[in-house]
Design a protein around this ligand. Structure first.
Ligand code: UT7
Length: 328
């Protein structure tokens, strides 16, 4: 934690949230009607997912990010021109480069901020938020926009029923501002590259061609086991870093991949189900967007109130995982 000129520590507070879901909800029976060899019963029983949203063919990750960002900026009462930091988490960027964060900056009309993408797949938003918090605490930056935006429908193999029913598209954003009081209390970011192959899109764009496999591939059960283990351990580590027990938090917002992962995690943490924000039933797994989408929903419907302590958790490809604990 840095000290400013007045020797008081600087914290980073969330002052606005926003989100965006494209198009109409697509139900499990809609997927069956599109020819996918699955059933409403199987998807609900194994995942808890009932609906997801998909981008239109001309709708981009950056375009979704812009709408979510404008909503977060409006809640914070900030103009995009005032931002000095934009961090965007995605694994479905609009281009190889420039970064989707720079495209977002241009679309918002900001000039001169520090702007970059973070690539940590479904842990992306938690990574981006922790990084932005460190920029603000260092005293170099004061007003940050942190975004998670993903359009996984573009990287799904519709012949692979073990993955294509799980994911949806969307974006979520928060405004993070320097403040004299917390704010973010602690964060923990972890990864294990030795497990890169259990969840990946192993293709490359090279010499004008796509080399390898451009679709999402997953060893579902390995991801499931790892996810529960690391979500429990990182929650404990992040709360401990803030001098708290996990049962003392007001809200848990875990990555929304599968209701069975969410239930197993909260059970092992000893947390009542009523303290867990769940959107996976209506959003599916929106990767980097899942946590900020759930956060925005719970802020706007009044569940998350000023002064409450909220634990955000991500887990995904890489293998990556992490948590951010903050006071709202
Ligand atoms: O952000 C992190 C991203 N990923 C995750 O969090 C996913 C973690 N993993 C999971 O959520 C689960 O492993 C899945 C939901 C992906 C799969 O559930 P599972 O209980 O591990 O099922 P399974 O892969 O063992 O498959 C069981 C059966 C198989 O049939 P047989 O071999 O028993 O006859 C599959 O072919 O279910 C079949 N199956 C399906 N059936 C209907 C697989 N996908 C489907 C489907 N519809 N969509």
């Amino acid at each position: 934690m840095s000290s400013g000129a007045n020797n008081r520590p600087t914290y980073a507070r969330i002052t606005g949230t926003g989100s965006y879901l494209p198009g109409e909800p697509v139900s499990n029976p809609d997927l069956v009607a599109r020819g996918i060899d699955t059933s409403d019963e199987w998807i609900i029983e194994r995942t808890g997912i009932r609906y997801r949203h998909f981008v239109a063919s001309d709708e981009t990750t950056g375009a979704m990010a812009k709408i979510a960002s404008e909503r977060a900026l409006a809640m914070a009462g900030l103009d995009a021109g005032e931002l000095d930091l934009i961090v965007l988490a995605t694994s479905t960027p609009d281009f190889v480069f420039p970064s989707t964060a720079c495209l977002l900056q241009g679309a918002l009309g900001n000039h001169g901020a520090t702007v970059f993408d973070v690539q940590a797949v479904c842990s992306g938003f938690v990574y981006a938020l922790a990084v932005a918090d460190k920029f603000i605490r260092s005293g170099t930056h004061k007003k940050a926009l942190v975004v998670g935006s993903d359009a996984f429908s573009n990287i799904l193999d519709w012949q692979d029923r073990g993955t294509c029913v799980l994911f949806g598209d969307g974006a979520g954003a928060v405004v993070l501002e320097a403040a004299a009081a917390p704010g973010v209390l602690s964060s923990v970011l972890r990864a294990d590259g030795a497990q890169a192959d259990i969840l990946s899109v192993p293709g490359q764009v090279r010499c004008g061609r796509v080399w390898g496999d451009p679709f999402l591939r997953m060893e579902g059960q390995a991801v499931f086991r790892n996810a529960v283990r690391v979500l429990v351990s990182v929650a404990e580590e992040c709360c401990r870093a803030a001098g708290m027990e996990t049962r003392e938090i007001d809200w848990l917002i875990p990555h929304q991949a599968n209701i069975r992962i969410i239930d197993a995690t909260s059970r092992k943490m000893g947390l009542a189900r009523e303290k867990v924000i769940v959107t996976v039933d209506r959003h599916g797994n929106t990767s980097a967007a899942s946590v900020p989408l759930a956060l925005d929903e719970a802020v706007r419907d009044g569940r998350i109130r000023k002064g409450q302590r909220v634990l955000l958790e991500g887990v995904g490809g890489g293998f990556t995982w992490g948590a951010v604990l903050f006071e709202f």
